[in-house]
Each structure stands twice: as C-alpha cells, then as structure tokens.
Write a protein that binds this ligand. Structure first.
Ligand SMILES: *Cc1c(COP(=O)(O)O)cnc(C)c1O
Length: 436
C-alpha cells in the first residue's frame, strides 16, 4: 500500500539539528530568507515539527503511476555468494525517471504550482534528478530549466534527451548563461563541472525572477521526508525485520528515505538493526569530511549549513556515480551521524561496478552506478555472514536502474575503468576554503 503520510524524524531525535545560517549575517535564517527560492509549504516542511505530514491526494494520484514499488528477495545473488544471509532490496527503478527522485520531484512541483510559480530551475549530476523534475513539471504544467554537470552531460547524452522529451530546457554546467558559470569558465575553461557549481547557476536564475523558484533533489529535510515513502512501504512489505540496512549516500535522500522509518522503530525499542551508509572513495564526506558550517554551492549563494563537507570548492574526480559527486551531505543525516545513529564506509569505483555486474547476472536488473555502492557493501556483509555462519537479514535500496549508464559498464567490462584514490592534500586544500 502507498503510505498516506510522510514521516518527519526531527521531533523524534534526542537533540535538534543545528539551524542553517544566513551567509551574510551568520544568524539563523527565517522563512523570509528562503521565500525567493522555495514555496511556503516546502519551507514549512523544511522546519516542521509534526511527525507525520499527510501526502496530498494530487501527489498520491501521480505516485500511483509506479508506487508501491517492489520489495524483492535476492535469492539468486544469495545462492551465487553461498551465503546464509537473506538479502532484500527495495527497487525504486520502476519510476518513470528510473530512480527514487520522483518521490520528491512530484510534491515539489505540486506545491510550486499550487502557489502560482511558473518555472522551476535546478541542477542535475548524473541526470536522474533533472529527468525526475522534468517529468514532475510536465505533470503540473510548469516550465523547467536545468543545469547538468558537464562531465555527466558528455557521458550521458540520453539523459538530457529524456529531460527535453519531458519538456525541459537543459544547459551543460558551467554555462555562459549565468554569472556563476561564466566565472568558473573564465578561470578553468575545461571544467568538468560539479553539483556545487550547477547549484550556483540554478539558484542565481531562480533568485532573479519573480515567477521562478528553485528545486533541490537531495540534502534538505523536506526532500528526505518525501523519500520516507520508501522505508514506510518496506516496513509493511517485509516478512522479517532486517539486522543490517545499507544504502548509498550522495546528498543522503534515498538513504534517509529508506532508514528513517526503521530508525523510528529502533528509537521506540522495537527493532535493533545496524544501519550503514556507503559513499564513494572519491567523494567521502562522512568518512573524511569535516563537520562544519559550509555553503551548499560553489559560489556561496546558499545558506550556511552544518554538515559533513569536503569544502564547497572541492571538485570530485569524474566517477560514473554522478549522483554521489557532491561535496556536502544532508545536514540532518550529518547531525544523526554525530549522534552515532548509523555507520559510514567507503567503496572504490571498480569494486562497485563488479557488484553491479554480479547483481545484473544473478538478479537480472542493471543497477545505476550509485546503488552499486550499497550492493558492494551488501555483498561484503553477506560474505562476512558466510564466514561466520550468521543468518543475517540484510535490506538495501536499489534506488535506480542503470540503463543510461551502459557506456560506464562497457568501460568496466573492457578493463578501462580506473579508481580514484583521494590524496589527503586535496581534502586539506578544499577544507582550507571553509567559511570562518
Ligand atoms: C541522485 C541519486 C543518488 C544520490 O542522491 P541521494 O540523495 O544520496 O539519494 C543515488 N542514487 C540514484 C539512483 C540517484 O539518482
């Protein structure tokens, strides 16, 4: 069944998360500071204290195109590993855009349309968020303008084609159409771009037009809350409760969406799973970043958020998991990580693709490069169970399919794919640019 509410974990936490700060005054921001960028209802949800927020009927009507999503047991994968563990995955690749992102794109487009907004701007990394927002804007009659990180724009031409089919206009970022983009291009003409740069471009355009607002596909509290439909459905679908829950983290939305409902049950003392976030070796914000106030974008236009960050100047190597190439992390998850509510580990690009190929050959579904991080960790956990003989129940989110990522899979299969070890000096250098 599709849940009728989203779950807001904030009121259930042992301590409240630190507030976002105004970039100029360094005081906590209020609703008025966010009003040029977001509609009021989303601002309310961002700071809301109700545990459950009803999902509007118009949003449920669109969710029904693909929800509830399947919860599957990976029996063939278990057999190929020879593990006594039982592996379950919640498959979000059945959505129109092929990932979990429409779960938040649809309500964001809906609330903007309700409040009279005509156009949404956004950034996209791998292209999954861009195609999700383009789809959602088409559902509610909004224009959509998208800045797509150059590295992905070149690697994945069919993603921008899909956005255009849904009616959006798409720029490669950095682009010459904004000040933020022009500045980067002047300094570094061959820039592969980054989510931080693309966010600056989309925010700049939204802030300068009255009928235009900005939409973010991850990181923020309301985005993670919309994604809790994943975990709520899984709670109802599972026949046995998980011992281990594993998810990949870029900005943290599919992970938060999967684990928050389980954390609610854990905080209530009903279950006790180990919860583990997996990030790329090339962009390790939880495991090697600093917990500090930083900007969400490169140009410093966004509020300052306290989060695990590699520094807003950090440009990650062009790994194929474009959705995980973000310098920061959800402030809410960062706070919860500091509270010790879950663990985090990293995985290298090649071991992730190895896991993705293994999953495709056993379960038949081709995973997006992002969730192969969760699969690599799931497989490692299942192999530890094989050593110890423990019959653990493992749950993961297969948050998207990889049909647009076949060029990357071909590189992996032909042996051309590289790993990017991240030297400490690059992190130190980017962290030296953190705001004082
Ligand atoms: C965007 C994306 C991610 C990364 O974003 P999160 O907010 O961390 O979930 C991961 N997987 C897929 C398939 C994505 O599209």
């Amino acid at each position: 069944m599709i849940p009728s509410n989203w779950y807001n974990i904030v009121p259930d936490l042992p301590a409240p998360p630190p507030p976002p700060l105004h970039p100029a005054t360094r005081q906590p921001i209020g609703p008025d500071d966010l009003a040029p960028l977001f509609p009021m209802e989303l601002i309310r949800q961002e700071v809301g204290q109700e545990r459950f927020v009803p999902i509007p009927q118009e949003v449920l009507d669109v969710y029904r195109l693909w929800r509830p999503t399947p919860l599957m047991r990976a029996r063939n994968l278990e057999k190929s590993l020879g593990t006594p563990a039982r592996i379950y995955y919640k498959y979000e690749g059945v959505s129109p855009a092929g990932s979990h992102k429409p779960n938040t794109a649809v309500p964001q487009a809906y609330y903007n349309a309700q409040e009279g907004v005509r156009r949404l701007t956004t950034e996209t990394g791998a292209g999954q968020w861009g195609s999700s927002l383009a789809f959602a804007c088409a559902q509610f009659g909004l224009d959509c303008e998208i800045w797509m990180v150059r590295a992905s724009y070149d690697q994945k031409p069919y993603r921008s084609a899909l956005m255009r089919v849904y009616g959006a206009s798409v720029h490669a970022s950095p682009s010459p159409v904004t000040q933020a983009g022009s500045k980067v291009l002047a300094e570094y003409p061959g820039s592969p771009g980054s989510l931080g740069i693309a966010i600056s471009e989309a925010v700049e355009v939204a802030a300068s037009a009255d009928d235009t607002r900005y939409a973010l596909g991850s990181v923020l509290n309301h985005v993670l809350m919309h994604q809790t439909v994943i975990g709520e459905e899984a709670l109802g679908q599972l026949e046995e409760m998980p011992d281990v829950i594993v998810g990949c983290t870029g900005g943290g939305s599919n992970f938060g969406g999967l684990v928050f409902p389980f954390l609610r049950e854990k905080l209530a003392g009903k279950i006790d799973p180990v919860i583990r976030a997996v990030e790329p070796e090339a962009c390790p914000s939880f495991t090697r970043g600093r917990y500090a106030y930083d900007f969400g974008d490169t140009a410093g236009l966004t509020p300052l958020m306290k989060m695990h960050t590699l520094g807003h100047d950090f440009v990650p190597d062009p790994i194929h998991a474009g959705g995980l190439r973000y310098h920061g992390m959800s402030p809410l998850l960062s706070h919860m990580y500091e509270l010790g509510m879950f663990e985090a580990v990293t995985r290298s690009q090649r071991e992730c693709f190895e896991a993705g190929v293994r999953f495709a050959r056993t379960e038949g579904i081709l995973p997006a490069p992002e969730p192969t991080h969760a699969l690599a960790e799931t497989i490692a956990e299942a192999l530890r169970c094989k050593e110890s003989g423990e019959e653990k129940v493992i749950l993961t989110a297969l948050c998207g399919h990889g049909h647009f990522d076949l060029a990357a899979y071909e590189r992996y299969l032909s042996g051309e794919m590289e790993d990017f070890a991240l030297p400490q000096e690059r992190i130190d250098e980017a962290l030296s640019g953190l705001p004082a």
